[in-house]
Design a binder for this molecule. Structure first.
Ligand code: ADP
Length: 403
């Protein structure tokens, strides 16, 4: 039995989960939001387990920094007998967004690893500093336990050069490590492995397209167990249309805004990271809200939905052409798992390629399932992602805990 605390540290939030990797059960969970603001919120929950009902503590207070936030989480967890020590946690796993050219596999955190992650801050200024803060705070408040960093880019280090190379001056690209890295890798790997299990096929014999559609969204093409393309690039801005990010656009647009329209690089960063995608098109970053507005006939919302579907089709078709033969298409994450209409629309033009959805399974089922008909040439599935479990398992593996 191995128990792992998984930490996902954002710039103003902290998510924690304690998991038992042997039985794949969540034992405790915590979320702190609005760190650094005048009033933040905190919830700590000991999970419902057979023989012991769950219990929750909440707090509304100022959490000036991540140290204060984690300190309070640990205090309240202690009151619920859910402190990592109470629950026999053996390791701590940290989600790190960018592994850059240096980190492919999960690694135990050492001062050298911390320094390596710090060096990557230039490539991922919106994510890595916050991830590193989480690692440092956790190492300070939970000393004596091994900490492991798991990189979102890791699964995509196998991309062939043709897929990861930007067609720009090679000297410039190589000087600054400019290439496509891909993100959400932990989810794409977890979901694609699970897809092979569900289909009873060897992982390394199945060609797959995985669509991770949440606030952030990305697609991947996996050929016989190896990632051969993915939609995110140097940063998580490239690819599909997302909650607040545009995905693919002409880089000339950015030059135009800066050189000819007087926008600063900072303004453009805000435009592309926070004011684009569904938010920019329809003022609704949340997919549930967008769908409600589509149903009300709101023109902006309808256009946003159409742009999302158009982009998805472009990627699915492109990846099909790269893979040649496709055995499975899998939808995951908040939107992918919950929005039957989007799944149907994304695949609706592929009837002549042999893709046939089962409307009943697509619309009325829930959780992990096949949603194509038995006659469909390609099996289409919904497979809920579980990045925390994947990170916990990675800790197990790196540290040899479960042996
Ligand atoms: P992330 O982990 O990237 O923050 P999630 O995978 O949690 O995102 O997905 C969040 C998105 O999923 C939001 O746009 C949310 O509206 C959407 N979503 C979640 N549940 C549903 C649902 N039942 N119906 C429609 N959309 C949903």
């Amino acid at each position: 039995m191995t128990r792992v605390l998984v930490i996902n540290s954002g710039s103003s939030s902290l998510k924690l989960q304690i998991l038992d990797t042997a039985v794949e059960t969540e034992l405790a969970w915590a979320l702190v939001e609005r760190i650094g603001e005048p009033v933040g919120t905190l919830t700590v929950r000991r999970s419902d387990l057979p023989g012991s009902p769950g219990e929750e503590r909440t707090a509304e207070a100022a959490f000036p920094d991540h140290t204060a936030a984690l300190g309070r989480v640990l205090e309240l967890a202690g009151e619920l007998d859910a402190h990592p020590t109470d629950l026999g946690v053996e390791a701590i796993g940290h989600r790190v967004v960018h592994g850059g050219p240096a980190f492919h596999e999960p690694v135990e955190v050492t001062p050298e690893v911390e320094a390596g992650i710090e060096k990557l801050e230039l490539l991922a200024p919106l994510h890595n500093p916050a991830n590193l803060r989480g690692i440092r705070v956790a190492r300070e408040l939970l000393p004596g336990l091994p900490h492991v960093a798991v990189f979102d880019t890791g699964f995509f280090h196998t991309l062939p050069a043709a897929a990861h190379t930007y067609a720009i001056d090679r000297a410039v690209a190589s000087e600054w490590d400019l290439r496509r890295y891909g993100f959400h890798g932990t989810s794409h790997e977890f979901v694609s492995r699970r897809t092979a299990e569900v289909l009873g096929r060897p992982y390394d014999e199945l060609n797959q397209i995985v669509l991770h559609l949440g606030n952030g969204a990305s697609a991947s093409a996996i050929s016989a167990g190896r990632a051969v393309d993915t939609s995110m690039g140097l940063t998580p801005l490239e690819g599909l249309v997302m909650g607040t990010r545009p995905g693919d656009l002409d880089p000339g647009l950015i030059i135009h805004l800066i050189r000819d329209r007087g926008m600063s690089p900072e303004d453009v960063s805000t435009l592309l990271n926070r004011k684009s995608g569904l938010e920019g098109l329809a003022g609704a970053r949340d997919f549930r809200e967008l769908l409600a507005r589509v149903d009300d006939g709101d023109d902006d919302a309808v256009l946003a939905y159409d742009v999302v579907i158009h982009r998805l089709r472009r990627y699915i078709g492109g990846y099909w052409a790269i893979l040649g033969e496709v055995g499975a298409i899998t939808f995951t994450a908040g939107v992918g798992e919950n929005v039957a209409r989007l799944r149907a629309d994304a695949l609706s033009t592929l009837g002549s390629w042999g893709v046939e959805l089962d409307p009943e399974a697509n619309e009325n089922g829930s959780g992990e399932r096949v949603i194509s008909t038995p006659d469909s040439r390609v099996t289409v599935l919904v497979v809920p992602t579980d990045e925390e479990l994947a990170i916990a398992r990675a800790c197990d593996e790196v540290l040899g805990l479960g042996e």
